[in-house]
Design a protein around this ligand. Structure first.
Ligand code: TUI
Length: 310
């Protein structure tokens, strides 16, 4: 069940990809996930190319296993990042928040597999046509920048429309979610929030605690009115944004409030005025453990669930 076209293509033990979270997905987290048999990912966010190159070199020194880099396509440094990636020749590039079409041919030429994140059927079809190796289908349950549709409805619609492997993302944090995603036709899962609450993840302890303490309705979407919907855990910042969103003329004030807000939460541990990006799976996460334990527990639980199904 854990051998799929994705594990073959990427040469990994389990088809579990770590989300490429800005500020959060550092070399430490990526190396730990890859060592545990998944695919660790360094998240570029809006960091410049030289910083990311250093993170790549750190992972290369720490593990011989495959790993990847997530490129956030709204980054002001996206072209520099791509030039650097053509040189570093990492195993995998995942992309988010845009259409990576114009970079795919060159990445593939240097031997990098390209796996875009998409929030819709149309974009999935377009990405297959321009040469993507697989597609990450991300439902609105995910943390951070989100689309509208749920994982449960979007994954099977895309599985029906494309031939390359589909990886399900958004709302998956345990073995039950893994089996559900497989049942929908996914050949792998991408997991973000669960890995934030790992021992190896460098985010501030208060950020991890905020997720562990979150209840079912605490991961809410802010910024719909500004055209930048972002899922974060409810706090003082989210309440301020929600109030400002009642009036469309407050767009600039909202943008000012959110500039630098992710760093404030992740690095400074200001979980009230900062942006605590996390998915709806926060309500499922009750502890902090190593990446190896997270992956082993998912695999063991998935095996138990499967036995009970048959
Ligand atoms: O990219 C993400 N999640 C992110 S990026 C991020 S950094 C950020 N911070 C503040 C505001 C905005 C971004 C935090 N979380 N997930 C992958 C994802 N990609 N979700 C949705 C999409 C997406 C959306 C539109 C992918 C492609 C797309 O294409 C539009 C087009 O060009 O056709």
């Amino acid at each position: 069940m854990f051998n799929t076209r994705l594990t073959e293509m990427l040469n990994i033990k389990y088809p579990i990809i770590q989300g490429g979270m800005a500020w959060v997905a550092t070399a430490e987290l990526a190396a730990a996930v890859s060592e545990a048999g998944g695919l660790g990912i360094i998240g570029c966010g809006s960091a410049p190319a030289d910083i990311i190159r250093k993170e790549i070199r750190k992972v290369k020194r720490t593990t011989k296993k495959p790993f990847g880099v997530n490129v956030m396509l709204m980054s002001p440094f996206v072209d520099d990042i791509m030039e650097m990636l053509y040189e570093e020749k990492v195993n995998v590039v995942t992309t988010g928040a845009g259409n990576p079409g114009k970079y795919i041919t060159k990445l593939k030429e240097v031997g990098t597999k390209v796996i875009p994140v998409v929030p819709s059927v149309a974009l999935a079809k377009r990405m297959e046509k321009v040469g993507a190796d697989a597609i990450i289908v991300e439902g609105t349950e995910a943390g951070g920048h989100v689309g509208e549709l749920t994982t449960f409805v979007l994954v099977p619609q895309i599985v029906d429309k494309i031939d390359i492997p589909v990886i399900a993302a958004g709302g998956i944090a345990d073995g039950r979610g893994y089996i559900a995603a497989s049942s929908l036709g996914a050949e792998g899962v991408q997991i973000g929030t669960r890995f934030v609450c790992s021992e190896e993840c460098v985010v501030h302890d208060r950020y991890k605690e905020k997720i562990v303490n979150a209840k079912d309705r605490d991961a809410i979407v802010t910024g719909r009115s500004t055209g930048h919907p972002v899922r974060i855990i409810k706090n003082k910042l989210s309440k301020q944004i929600t109030l400002l969103e009642k009036d469309k003329s407050n767009k600039e004030e909202i943008e000012n409030l959110t500039v630098g807000a992710l760093k404030r939460a992740v690095i400074d541990g200001d979980i009230e005025n900062g942006s605590v990006m996390a998915g709806q799976s926060s309500g499922l996460i009750k502890d902090i453990k190593t990446c190896k334990k997270i992956i082993d527990d998912i695999i063991n639980e998935a095996n138990d669930v499967r036995k009970n199904l048959c």
